[in-house]
Design a protein around this ligand. Sequence first.
Ligand SMILES: C[S@@+](CC[C@H](N)C(=O)[O-])C[C@H]1O[C@@H](n2cnc3c(N)ncnc32)[C@H](O)[C@@H]1O
Length: 281
Amino acid sequence: MLSYQHGYHAGGVADVHKHVALCLLLARLAKKTKPFCVIDLYAGEGEYDLAAHKAQKTGDFKTGVERIWQSVDAQPAVQGYLDLLKRLNPGGELRRYPGSPAIARAFMREHDRLILNELHAGAYPALGRWARKDARISVHNRDGLEALVALTPPEIRRGVVLIDPSFEVKSEYAAVPEKLSAAVPRWREGIFVVWYPILKEGRHRSLLAGLSGVDAEVLVSEISRNAAKAGEAAAGLLGTGLAVVNPPWKFENAMAEAGDWLARKLGPGRHTASWLNRAKT
Ligand SMILES: C[S@@+](CC[C@H](N)C(=O)[O-])C[C@H]1O[C@@H](n2cnc3c(N)ncnc32)[C@H](O)[C@@H]1O
């Protein structure tokens, strides 16, 4: 049975890193009039109430989104994300936090499509309620990697897939690159974003080793933090990582700008960017 519930961690450092990158990618896709498609394989509940018991219990958002959402010195690369937060919380109190489905929906036009998937018995109905009445959105209830195989390539070929399991099941570190290796050649135009936690056990290294076998360019962005210095009791998460397969042209520059700024504001921390399988130019 799945025990992870994203309501405890919404708006934490990992969400901020992942959602800033997602905003940058969606803004690129929305620049062209041709429709795009978003496939969110581990969608969660759609949107979160930061005043609710779960978010208050861990306080994860206090060391994440709360530290930056009203910054006046934001770099252009994070502005889209901050604007979205301000639109959701017009009164100036940070209460609503957009999950990846809400972020995707904020960028969608009439002909764009959002395909959501969630396995958890509690999160899936909540996601269905969040998505109801929007004919552009479909919601599935199956294993995320099974859905990756079944739902790609989508009919609309411009698009992005988000793969951010909770990694409760350790075999996911090997299964994610294995399934991606099969999906990428079937959908060459697709951008695939994999999020992973950096923990002291270092299991993400095997994930990255697996991703280096994917037949495409992969940009890796990591924000590592000194949690003890940042004054946090729970030093579990040492950092957050993103691997973007098939990143758009010059996406690395925007990600570097955003990552460096986030590491400074959420730190003390450090942002590093590197390539797996960079094509020789
Ligand atoms: C990190 S959270 C997702 C957060 C969300 N994508 C966001 O950015 O707002 C991971 C989600 O995956 C769900 N989940 C866990 N194992 C799953 C599986 N095998 N297939 C699909 N969903 C799963 C969990 O219930 C949880 O809601």
